[in-house]
Design a protein around this ligand. Structure first.
Ligand code: DGP
Length: 118
C-alpha cells in the first residue's frame, strides 16, 4: 500500500481537489482531466493499489463505491439518461494512478464500451 499516492493526499486534503463527497469509507472528487460533462472519481479511503490487491476485507468499502456512485449520479442529474462506471487495472486496463478508483462518467452518450487500439 502507498499512503503517499496522489489520491491518498487528496483524501487527506493535503493537495487541492474538487471534493464532492466524503465519508469514513470513500472520497469522491472531480477528475482533473474530465472526459465527459460529469467525470467524478470515487475512491476508497484505504489506499488499495489495484483491483488485483482487493481482499474480502475490502468488500464493504468497495460495495460502498456503488452506493456513492448512485447518489452522485442522482445529484448530477444523469441517473435517468444513464452513465458509465469504469475501474481500470494495470497497463492494459489503462490505469495511471495506483489507488483503486471508480470513474463516474455521464452527461453525454458514452459511445462504444471500449475503443479499439489505434
Ligand atoms: P486511471 O487511468 O483509471 O488511473 O485514471 C486516473 C485519473 O485520475 C485520470 O482520469 C486523471 C485523474 N487524475 C490524476 N491526477 C489527478 C489529480 O491530481 N487530481 C484529480 N482531480 N484527478 C487526477
Amino acid at each position: 500500500m502507498n499512503e503517499d499516492d496522489i489520491f491518498a493526499k487528496i483524501i487527506r486534503r493535503e493537495i487541492p481537489a474538487d471534493i464532492v463527497f466524503q465519508d469514513d469509507r470513500v472520497t469522491a472528487f472531480r477528475d482533473i482531466s474530465p472526459q465527459a460533462p460529469t467525470h467524478i472519481l470515487i475512491v476508497p479511503n484505504k489506499p488499495i493499489p489495484t483491483v488485483n490487491d482487493v481482499t474480502e476485507a475490502d468488500e464493504a468499502d468497495l460495495g460502498h463505491l456503488f452506493v456513492v456512485a448512485a447518489t452522485l449520479a442522482q445529484r448530477e442529474g444523469i441517473a435517468e439518461n444513464g452513465y458509465r462506471l469504469i475501474v481500470n487495472t494495470n497497463r492494459d486496463g489503462g490505469q495511471v494512478v495506483f489507488h483503486v478508483h471508480m470513474h463516474l462518467l455521464g452527461g453525454r452518450p458514452m459511445g462504444r464500451m471500449v475503443a479499439k487500439p489505434a
